[in-house]
Ligand binder design. Sequence first.
Ligand SMILES: Nc1ncnc2c1ncn2[C@@H]1O[C@H](COP(=O)(O)OP(=O)(O)OP(=O)(O)O)[C@@H](O)[C@H]1O
Length: 236
Amino acid sequence: MTLLSIDNIQARYGRSQVLHDVSINVGPGEIICLLGRNGVGKSTTLKCLMGLLPPNAGEIRFDGQPITGLASHTVARRGIGYVPEERLIFPNLTVAENLSMGVWQTGRGAEIVEATERVLTTFPRLRDRLRARGGTLSGGEQQMLAIGRALMGRPKLLVVDEPTEGLAPVIVRALEVALRELAATGMAVLVIESKLAVARRIASSITVMAKGRTVFRGSPAELLSNEAICREHLHA
Ligand SMILES: Nc1ncnc2c1ncn2[C@@H]1O[C@H](COP(=O)(O)OP(=O)(O)OP(=O)(O)O)[C@@H](O)[C@H]1O
């Protein structure tokens, strides 16, 4: 079953065509890792999905409905939680306040408490930090907070741009465990991951991009046995 299908999208910044032909599918309970060298259009693909840059061709469908070009708040309300590369933590708000920003209806205290508990089950490390200001957290804790905030609205699909970038191995492992646990509950996960080792451990399927196109889709084992794709399109 497919929850998200991105079909043959193209997109441009001004006159510069950045995406030429991108297709990605994600089903419930799957973790799809998007790999490829710097500048091939991975982040741009997520921006198209999230309504931050309208594609100029192709279609995006989510949960049986077309969502191509819808505004980002509408896409989010359909059930997609997005964690951009910059994380966008509010540094002067506490961790608990940052999390509560991820709930749509404000003023419903019980809902916020329940959603916060769910996030703390996924990221127990944040429990002791609930009253700390976002800006005082380590990079790894900030990434957990950013993902946690995206989880507050109970998304069916979690979309994360490079979550492990620049983080210590022990934190990377904790994020891997969290993403696998979320997928085990049936959540779909689409993640940009530049480390092949991480992608191998968590991916149900890997999609490789090169120069604005998706050039490979398969299991981690299929990717590793495809020497040409590994040599041409991935970091060593
Ligand atoms: N706002 C923008 N305006 C113009 N060009 C942009 C903009 N953002 C990205 N680009 C260009 O679009 C291309 C794709 O960028 P994108 O960030 O999607 O790549 P990426 O695969 O995510 O790479 P990285 O891992 O470096 O983030 C690059 O050539 C980049 O320079």
